[in-house]
Design a protein around this ligand. Sequence first.
Ligand code: 6PG
Length: 239
Amino acid sequence: MIQVFPDFEALSTAAAELFIYLAAQVLAVGERFNVALSGGSTPKRTYELLGEPTFSSRIPWEKVHVFWGDERCVPPDDPRNNFLMARRAFLDKVPIPPSQVHPIQCAASPDRAAHDYEKMLSDFFDGESPRFDLVFLGLGEDGHTASLFPGSSAIGDVGRWASAVHVRGQDISRVTLTPLILNQASRKVFIVSGEKKARALREVLSGPYDPDRLPAQAIQDEDDSSLIWLVDKAAASLL
Ligand code: 6PG
C-alpha cells in the first residue's frame, strides 16, 4: 500500500500517528510493542514528533521496546550514529526504560556486533525467529534500504539475522538486519521524502524485480497490509 502526502511535515506526522496506532493495536492484545527504527535523516522529524507531548503522551512507553534495522559502525557520539540521532530526537525525552532500548553497538567490531545482536534478538524473542511489530525503513537514491546496498551479500544471506556490511566507497562499516528478519515484521513502513528519491522509488515499485540491484525490493508484502509506503508528493513525482 502506498500513501502520498502533500509535504514532508504531513508525511512525518502520518508516520508518527501510525506508530501510535500500531502500538495501541498490538498492546490491546499483547504486552510488548517491538519496533525497529531506521536511520538516516528522513525519519528524524517523525522521531521528533514522537518525543513531543501531544504524541508521546499517547504511547505506553513502559511497554515499548526499540531496536534498529541498521547502524553505522561509528562511535556513539558520532553524528552519523543512528542510535544517537534517535536519542536526541525522542528517546531521551520519553519515559522508556533504558533496558528497553536495544542499540547495535558496532564501532569496535562489526562482525562481533552482528553476532551479538543476533544473540540479543534470540534471547529477547525466546529463541524464536524475531518478528517485530513495526519496522521503519528508508530508501536510498541507489535503492538501498537499511544497510542492504546493491550487490551486498547480506541481501540473500538466509542464514543470518544480522550481518556486518563493508560498503565499497564508504569509509565506515555497518551492521544491518537481513531481509529474512525485516520481512517477518508485521508491518514494514517505508518513509520516503524528496525529489531525489523519486527515481529510486519508481524503480523499486514499478521496475523489474531485481533486489540485488534494488535491495529495497527484497522487502516483500507478505500479505496486502504488511508493507506500507509513506511518501511525500516530491518523492512520488515519477509514479
Ligand atoms: C542508514 C539508513 C538508510 C537510510 C537511507 C536513506 O542507516 O543510512 O538506515 O537505509 O534509510 O540511506 O537515508 P536518508 O533518510 O538520509 O535519505
